[in-house]
Structures are given as structure tokens and as C-alpha cells.
Design a protein around this ligand. Structure first.
Ligand SMILES: [Zn+2]
Length: 235
């Protein structure tokens, strides 16, 4: 019986590398044996996982479709057309679009899950505006107030996933985005209200955000310098 020199895990003769820490196994008394029966399968079965995810996706679809159809049927039988049930059906479709693609998509990318969710939210709000015969708030208010934070969230998550920002640069990016967003929200609200379009109260929120972001960036830069020194001195 061999044990991993690095992590101490018990090793089988079928192991060329430690299954836990990937350290190479060199034991002259018990050399690697290709023919030895492996104590567990070579890899996890991705098909079972795919079926499980599809099952959860289908289950959510059924759970959401049932009340949608029921509401639609009751409304249609009473009014002869869809009235109040359109709000319910729209909300359920929105919940579906936020949850089910996550389970059904084989390759879950940021743009594949996030962008359809934002478009679904915009579509639902458009449906509400259209049902109320009042589009006056949709274009000047709903559209920018959803697109701006969505674009910033998308950008930050993209930068984090791609490892373009890390460590303290992440809270710095979030603070900068939050500061800019608050000012943009104030400008949108003022533009809609018809007053002078210049930032006032939002500056009191943006300035502390930017100050904190500067501190975070300074720490991130210091961390990068420390890491570089450690790397060069082989510490
Ligand atoms: Zn090990």
C-alpha cells in the first residue's frame, strides 16, 4: 500500500498520480500497474449530470406552465380575451427565462444566460406599458434604468470571469460602477421630470464611492507589487 508523499492519501496500484493533489506517484516497491482494477470510475459521468439538469429544467417549466395556463383559461372564459392574466403569464414567462436556460444550456456562458434575462425583463415591462396603453414611462425611464445597471453588471462579471481584474480591483470596479450609476440614475430621473439635467444629490454618493475605490486600487497595486517581489525573491 502506497501513500501520497504530499497529502498522505492512500493510493492504489492503478494510480500514476495522486487523485487528490495530482502529485506523481513513485514507489519502487509498488510500481504503477496499468492492468490493476481501478477503485472508482476514470471520470464522472457527464451524461447523468446533463439528464439531472434537464429534469430540473423540465420540472420548473411544468410548475410555471400550470398556473399560467390556469390563469389564462379562467380569464378567457370570463372576459372572452386575455386581460389580467396577461400580467401573470408575463411574470411567469419572466421567471422561466431567468431560471430554465441555466439548466438547459449545455454551455452556460455569461452572454447566453444574462442577456436573454435582461431582454425578457424589458419585454415584460413593455407588455405592462402596452396593456396600460401608456408608453410614456417605458422609453425615458424603464429602458435606461434597466440597461445601465445591466451593462455595468455584465462588464464587471465579464472582467472577473476573464481574470482581467482580481483581488482588490474587483471591489474598486464595483464602487466606480455604483458611483457612476447613481449619477446616471439622477440624470435620467431629472430628464424625465423635465427639470435641469445636472447632478446634485448623487454627487454625495458618488464621491465616497470613488474615494473608497481609490483606496481599493491602492491596496490592489500594493498587493501586485508585493506579489512581484515575492515571486522574484522566490519567497
Ligand atoms: Zn496527494
Amino acid at each position: 500500500m502506497s501513500y501520497c508523499v504530499h497529502c498522505g492519501v492512500e493510493l492504489d496500484r492503478s494510480e500514476k498520480r495522486c487523485p487528490l493533489c495530482q502529485t506523481e506517484v513513485i514507489d519502487p516497491r509498488e510500481p504503477f500497474d496499468e492492468q490493476a482494477v481501478r477503485p472508482y470510475p476514470r471520470r464522472l459521468d457527464p451524461i447523468t449530470r446533463q439528464i439531472n439538469r434537464r429534469f430540473v429544467g423540465s420540472l420548473i417549466t411544468i410548475v410555471l406552465a400550470f398556473p399560467a395556463l390556469l390563469c389564462g383559461a379562467i380569464d378567457f372564459s370570463q372576459a372572452g380575451r386575455l386581460t389580467w392574466s396577461a400580467y401573470v403569464v408575463g411574470a411567469l414567462v419572466l421567471v422561466w427565462s431567468w431560471t430554465v436556460p441555466y439548466f438547459l444550456l449545455r454551455r452556460r456562458t455569461l452572454s447566453g444566460v444574462f442577456i436573454p434575462g435582461v431582454l425578457a425583463l424589458l419585454s415584460y415591462l413593455f407588455l405592462i406599458a402596452w396593456l396600460q396603453q401608456d408608453l410614456s414611462w417605458y422609453l425615458p425611464l424603464a429602458l435606461p434604468l434597466i440597461l445601465m445597471p445591466s451593462a455595468l453588471i455584465f462588464l464587471i462579471v465579464y472582467l472577473v470571469i476573464r481574470r482581467l481584474i482580481r483581488g482588490f480591483a474587483i471591489p474598486a470596479a464595483i464602487l466606480i460602477a455604483a458611483g457612476l450609476l447613481i449619477v446616471a440614475i439622477e440624470l435620467v430621473l431629472k430628464h424625465h421630470a423635465g427639470g435641469p439635467v445636472s447632478p446634485t444629490w448623487s454627487l454625495y454618493a458618488m464621491i465616497p464611492c470613488l474615494a473608497l475605490a481609490t483606496v481599493c486600487l491602492a491596496i490592489a497595486r500594493r498587493q501586485a507589487i508585493l506579489d512581484e517581489i515575492k515571486r522574484r525573491l522566490h519567497l
